[in-house]
Design a protein around this ligand. Sequence first.
Ligand code: GTP
Ligand code: MG
Length: 383
Amino acid sequence: MNTYSVIMLGPSGSGKTVFLSSMYKNLSTQGKRGFFLKFDSAENRKRLINTYAELATDEKWPVGTLLSEVSEWEFTCCVQTEDLSIYDACKFVYIDYAGGRLTDEMGEEDEEFNSKIRAADTMLVLLDGQRLCNLMRKERDGVIWVIRDLSNILGVVQNIKDKPVHFVISKWDIVEPHYSLQEIRDRLLEIEEFSDLVRIRNKVGVPVRLIPVSSVGKEFATLQSDGRMAKNLGIIPKPFQLEAPLACILPDKIKIQVRELTKKIIEEKGRNIEVKPELGFGEVAGQFFGLLGGGVKNIQQLLPEKYRFDENVLEDLIEGAERPAREKEAQARRRTEELRAKQREYINQVNDEKTALDSAISSFLSIKNQLDIDFPESDLGDV
Ligand SMILES: Nc1nc2c(ncn2[C@@H]2O[C@H](COP(=O)(O)OP(=O)(O)OP(=O)(O)O)[C@@H](O)[C@H]2O)c(=O)[nH]1
Ligand SMILES: [Mg+2]
């Protein structure tokens, strides 16, 4: 089965473990979404479900991940058809490290950690919403976060230039009443290390996003004046947008794959064409089709096995990546309707692993499109 891996990076307390447990709980049933996640290992399932139960019902928050603990969570993404048959589509592996590994002095180079990063398909970088609030309010904790935590993480991310980077703003429930995503984005881009990292990726066409999420939703937690996060145990958690980072993995990977293929073919053919940094993705894809002749079918055959999706799905993925991030709202809404209709079509055709994956991808595209509508500033491609 195709497996896509995500390495989670974020300092201690940024919300990685809580995010994972809540994401799993939230995505473990299909609902209208068109896919769901299941665990192969009963032990892991129990561990994550227990963390979630603790999160939702105990007075205390789940304890931080131990330095020695590296958790790899393997989820199978499944699709259930109208006659209730279930098909596996692909696997997602999330690697959760103790945040302390990034920020504490570890002595020697952590070779295992480095090789995990190199092997991952996507980087999910948690930016702590609470610290972002400190930063916005010009508080000392915000400065400490920039100098110590953010700088460390960007140091790790900057060495890896070929993977999508999803900056996930955690604890959006406590940020949202005070600041908009645009304000947070503007403030982050004032930090040179951050804006440099984004610009370098934009030059080589590697997607970078800023995605706000909340693992508990509004009203569940209240930030105290001493910085403690108190729970309101009478409130049921209503997680917000936890599916968005997962839904962006494959659309963003395809974007990189097509650009790389274009470059390779141009080189092989010895053509005197340049894949210029300022070219939009649509133009790159256009060059590509022009060089090859024929349509998406050619791309399909050249892609690595784990990205060789159905032609129509690839077309949707490419078209989705081609759209300017801030296209007109009416147009984007129309596209959502189209994608939903397609999703229903795909789900009716599922009869094996491959068609299940095609169907799951059409669900991912709907979610990604909704993110583009709700938070057009989430795509950092225009920086
Ligand atoms: N308000 C709010 N608080 C959150 C949310 N997610 C996490 N928190 C708070 O942040 C704390 C740390 O979350 P963890 O998931 O344990 O952090 P971690 O990144 O796994 O930390 P380490 O395991 O130490 O690396 C929690 O105990 C909560 O107090 C959220 O969505 N909203
Ligand atoms: Mg943890």
